[in-house]
Design a protein around this ligand. Sequence first.
Ligand SMILES: C[S@@+](CC[C@H](N)C(=O)[O-])C[C@H]1O[C@@H](n2cnc3c(N)ncnc32)[C@H](O)[C@@H]1O
Length: 404
Amino acid sequence: MTLQLKHTSRQRARLPEPPDELKQKSADLVKKIRQRLKRHGQLPFSDYMQMALYTPGLGYYTSGLPKIGRGGDFVTAPEISPLFSQCLARQVAQGLSLLTTPNVIEFGAGRGTMARDLLLALDEAGQAERLQRYYILELSADLRDRQQTLLNSLPAHLANKVEWLSELPKTPLEAVVLANEVLDAMPFERLRLEPEQTLRAYVYYNEAHEALEWTYEPIVEPELQRISNQLLQSLGSVSERGYDTEVNLNLYPWLQSLSESLTRGLVLLVDYGYPRQEYYQPARHMGTLRCHYQHLAHSDPFFYPGLQDITAHVDFTAVAENAFSAGFKIAGYTTQAHFLMSSGLMDLAHQPDAEVTEQLKLAQQIKTLTLPDEMGETFKVMALSKDLDQPLVGFEFRDLRHQL
Ligand SMILES: C[S@@+](CC[C@H](N)C(=O)[O-])C[C@H]1O[C@@H](n2cnc3c(N)ncnc32)[C@H](O)[C@@H]1O
């Protein structure tokens, strides 16, 4: 059975056309995807997403195109204001103070802005000296180059702490682990629940349309079957129009390898998402798959593969369950707004000597980071701990673990 998203062509009409050389880059990636499709006929959506985002040199995150910031496709919290990283630094500092040989490991560090501002804030708080290493685990050679250029401009005693990794250290260590908007960029499965059947989404090449398209097959994998049964149970029933949604099967392996790499530590995950009961609502029947292209959000993952980001919201209940199975405790869960407030946002923003224009700029940045209809509520912060039991500063104002 082949189903197409009905709104695809209308969505495409309002998206800007890329220049010819970028279209060529995307065509090169589609060629590679088609070579794989020739062997397999169809690919689970997660495999397609892996290729679209991470094919060396051609994937969205692995090609040299600007992605994050005004000239790219989306903006992340550390890019909006250094206040974000300065607040995070307070929670990181508390975590580091509880470790004997403290390290930081940052996953997917984007342009390196958070690493820079965090190291500067830790230094100002007198916490940088104890830090052994600031590891950055980066999948993209291009982003690694950009991070290196930015972080080399730090004072030498901070720049020297930074080390890039392509995989987690083999010898377990003590660390505070950071992942800002990383979970949403992990390849996920797309499922379709219907009154009479549950389906897994695949991608195939429709020769007649000369386009990549969706196709669906009944779910046969026990793990996906288990998850779809659980979803059907929490939804109650599914109407005739069906229910499309996403499931991240990479969570457990990722958390498991993280847990194995830590003797003790704290993991801070920041991302947009909901607890399960809020995530899988009948109203969200089209799922949370979102693509970002030149600051426009839409839901067509086949629009110029390699030129746009593909994401889904995070099911934080699933993160908590998988983290627990992997050996972590769930040490805190709250909204970004509450986390930043608990971590001293207002103190940090109080700069009475700053010029009026600077103060207005700060006020605007705080609004974007904290207002409920901006990033304040949809973005959540989750803390996972291993062999650490202290209450965490970032979750003092409001801890929402009971919602998970
Ligand atoms: C939306 S960007 C966020 C970048 C940056 N953290 C920021 O906030 O600006 C997502 C990043 O997650 C990275 N990523 C996704 N899965 C990853 C994994 N398993 N290990 C390391 N990085 C990963 C991507 O390569 C990309 O750099």
